[in-house]
Design a binder for this molecule. Structure first.
Ligand SMILES: Nc1ncnc2c1ncn2[C@@H]1O[C@H](COP(=O)(O)OP(=O)(O)OP(=O)(O)O)[C@@H](O)[C@H]1O
Ligand SMILES: [Mg+2]
Length: 309
């Protein structure tokens, strides 16, 4: 648990990722990918949790109408209560704090709600000023750097006004990928359809590409290996690969001299934590994959991957 970690002189838990300056800028980050079931919600929840464990004030915004992250944190009632949703903030001038709740896990949540699809339709057909900037104007700008050090959003697997709002409001992205034939095409789709159009108007930073649900060997031509090889050899992407997934010496892997177990691996603890409605840190503080989520938190703090080799 958090309190049991050894602490350094700043009072923050010691980290294997070195002396990243965690007093830096506040930051908003979207976890997104135009592909379902790759771990967006899992990463968003656990990233929020690890940042909170580093003593930051953190808000998680669930912008997926299916509400998996909200329900996965026990916020079923709020999800079904459509009277108090982000729609009130967007269209009725409600204060964003009216739809934000404390969780039991040291971070706050602006939960999804059953009526998010309706909110989405209102953004599209309504006479809304700057329809992709609602989240930025009404929620992120007023709260980031003031109430919160970090704001994380979870998005659905399809492009929508809400995902556009998430990207505009955050401008920093974490992109999860799961091994399989469509991993790279999902990434290309996300870059072409979501990120490139936005880049015409603003800076968008991909802070990390996150291989998730790795289960196979990488000393053979498995889908895990294909994904890791592609990401690690790509000239413009390799700087965004976290240390936990960084492999440069494939010859050593093939010769059996190097036996890395890149993360984030497929772990029953991660699935079960969702069933128990808890972040991984609270469900299984001994899970070996927590270090991956912790590195992700450091990447968000630093604003980039920091190599420690
Ligand atoms: N590393 C992992 N190990 C084991 N199970 C995982 C892992 N990552 C995610 N899962 C499980 O896989 C399922 C899909 O993950 P998640 O809901 O986070 O994906 P998603 O990208 O948000 O999906 P959607 O597109 O439906 O929103 C969930 O049941 C989750 O608990
Ligand atoms: Mg999800």
């Amino acid at each position: 648990m958090v309190g049991e970690n050894s602490e350094n002189s700043t009072g923050r838990p010691n980290s294997p990722y070195g002396s990243v300056d965690t007093t830096g800028d506040s930051r908003a980050v979207s976890v997104c990918m135009l592909k379902g079931g790759v771990g967006k919600s899992t990463i968003a929840v656990n990233l929020a949790r690890q940042l909170a464990a580093h003593d930051h004030e953190v808000l998680l915004i669930d912008l997926d109408p299916n509400g998996h992250a909200s329900v996965g944190l026990g916020f079923d009632d709020h999800y079904h209560d459509t009277d108090e949703s982000i729609g009130e903030v967007f269209f009725d001038d409600a204060d964003p704090t009216a739809v934000i709740y404390g969780t039991d896990y040291e971070f706050d949540l602006l939960p999804s709600s059953e009526d998010l699809e309706q909110v989405e339709r209102e953004i599209v057909v309504g006479d809304v000023f700057q329809p992709s900037a609602l989240l930025q104007r009404e929620v992120v700008e007023p709260l980031l750097g003031d109430e919160y050090d970090y704001i994380i959003t979870d998005s659905p697997a399809y492009r929508s006004r809400l995902t556009d709002n998430a990207l505009v409001a955050t401008s920093n992205l974490v992109l999860p990928l799961a091994p399989g034939n469509e991993a790279i095409s999902g990434l290309e789709r996300t870059i072409e359809r979501q990120i490139a159009p936005l880049r015409k108007h603003m800076d968008v930073d991909v802070l990390a590409l996150v291989p998730n649900m790795l289960s196979g060997r990488i000393d053979q031509q498995t889908q895990d290996r294909q994904l890791l090889e592609r990401l690690n050899s790509h000239s413009s992407l390799q700087d965004r690969i976290p240390n936990f997934a960084r492999i440069t010496d494939w010859e050593a892997v093939d010769a059996g001299e190097l036996k890395p177990t890149p993360g984030i691996r497929d772990r029953t603890s991660i699935t079960k934590a969702y069933g128990e409605r808890k972040p991984l840190l609270d469900y299984d503080p001994d899970c070996d994959q927590l270090t991956c989520f912790d590195e992700l938190a450091h990447i968000i703090e630093a604003g980039q991957v920091v190599r420690h080799d």
